[in-house]
Design a protein around this ligand. Structure first.
Ligand code: PBG
Length: 326
């Protein structure tokens, strides 16, 4: 009889033994929960493409954030849907804009009991649906930087903890950092969508936030999913510009980039598990092809295992519930 030189099964013999050797952990503390808030809305609207996600009126966000906080989730990320869109995205930096009102309200009601993050981008607010300002037939980088900086400052005035630029304009972190500092918001942090890819996984979100480009696509500003080195250069550039947290987006098809960022840089790494990743799981589980809880757990653990310190996910609430129960 020959004996295997190593028996890895010894440490898999019981539930408790498996718990003891479990390397990667997952808890509600790892999550950032997106919250969609829509101006002039009277009652919640279901988001068709993202089962169980809703757009909320201002009146409902206290309850929603209360639920999120009670589940042990430390942070929320606001996305605003304004009534008015124009070429310059002016409602994005209006001190009375929908996101600014939401931030003010949650800060008043929750103090520092939850980390308030907000998306800094233009596509929900521009009539063109692009993430920057159009000049001629192009998304103009440097004009857009001024606007992104104004958005960040107005969110900071409302009391945001962390601004999260997702426009993929060159120099956006530096422009925002400078504007925040000059306006006295040295403690407001920046979590940049550093390597945000031109991804087909965003389609359901465009439904959710009404931000599809009216012409063209986002290929002139978002990173191609064919270019890993370029993604690392985006991360490095953001770090050089003074970012506090870098993000890789989407998550599941980009685990290699999460792992590489973790290995290369000593900075917190966030992963954004985007709307398409959520919708695929929801659709397959509704058809009975996969078990939603088991698949969700495996996906979120994988993102953690790859090296993410935190995950922006539409599963934040449901996963926190089942993690509490297990
Ligand atoms: C807007 C923005 C998008 C997402 C987050 N912010 C859409 C896009 O770039 O087209 C996608 C998030 C998701 O799909 O969950 N800049």
């Amino acid at each position: 009889m020959s004996f295997p030189s190593r028996r890895l099964r010894r440490l898999r013999t019981s539930e408790k033994m498996r718990e003891l050797v479990q390397q990667t952990t997952l808890s509600s503390k790892d999550f950032i929960c997106p919250v969609f808030v829509q101006e002039d809305l009277k009652t919640r609207i279901k988001i068709e493409s993202m089962s169980e996600m809703e757009r909320l009126p201002l009146d409902d966000i206290n309850d929603e954030v209360g639920t999120i906080s009670d589940l042990g989730i430390p942070a929320i990320m606001f996305f605003g849907i304004p009534t008015k869109k124009d070429e310059t995205g002016s409602s994005a930096f209006d001190d009375n804009g929908i996101v600014q009102k939401a931030i003010t309200q949650i800060r008043q009601n929750f103090g520092d009991k939850i980390v308030i993050m907000a998306d800094v981008c233009l596509c929900q607010f521009t009539s063109t649906g692009h993430c920057g300002i159009i000049q001629g037939d192009k998304v103009d980088n440097d004009t857009s930087l001024d606007t992104l900086a104004k958005i960040a400052v107005s969110q900071a005035k409302a009391g945001v903890d962390t601004v999260s630029p997702s426009a993929m304009m060159d120099g956006q972190v530096a422009a925002i950092r400078k504007a925040l500092d000059e306006n006295g918001f040295t403690d407001v942090s920046i979590m940049s969508h550093s390597a945000k890819h031109r991804s087909n996984f965003y389609t359901p979100f465009r439904d959710a936030a009404e931000c599809a480009p009216k012409f063209g696509d986002r290929k002139t500003y978002q990173v191609s999913y064919t270019n890993a080195r370029e993604a690392m250069l985006e991360v490095e550039t953001d770090i050089n510009e003074g970012v506090d947290i870098v993000m890789i987006k989407p998550a599941l098809s980009y685990l290699d980039l999460i792992a590489e960022t973790r290995r290369r840089f000593n900075i917190p790494v966030a992963a954004y598990s985007v709307s398409g990743e959520y919708a695929l799981v929801k659709a397959a589980s509704q058809l009975g092809y996969v078990n939603e809880k088991d698949i969700t757990e495996e996906i979120l653990y994988s993102i953690k295992r790859a090296g993410a310190d935190m995950i922006v996910t539409y599963f934040a609430k449901s996963a926190s519930k089942f993690l509490q129960e297990s």
